[in-house]
Design a protein around this ligand. Structure first.
Ligand code: FES
Length: 87
């Protein structure tokens, strides 16, 4: 498990194992634009301010992945205890 921080409000939202970040945000009333929900389309792509994403999508290139400054919220997870998102 890990948590995400919403940069604009400093709100901390826990993400349970097996739960997507998008789902955790939605349960807290934060709507993430989504389409495929499988890491293919990039609709849910969000800027990462700090933390290390665990990329599970097939949308980003290897180069984009290693920059660690954006991620797909429908399926990707976190390698760090906390991810701060530009939301
Ligand atoms: Fe398509 Fe996340 S909704 S990549």
């Amino acid at each position: 498990a890990f948590e995400v921080e919403i940069a604009s409000t400093r709100r901390i939202i826990p993400v349970a194992p097996g739960q997507s970040i998008a789902d955790a945000l939605l349960k807290c009333g934060i709507d993430v634009p989504m389409s495929c929900e499988q890491g293919i389309c990039g609709t849910c792509l969000t800027k990462v301010i700090s933390g290390i994403p665990d990329h599970r999508d097939t949308f980003l290139t290897d180069q984009e992945r290693s920059a660690n400054n954006q991620m797909t919220l429908c399926c990707s997870r976190s390698k760090s205890n906390r991810l701060t998102l530009a939301l």
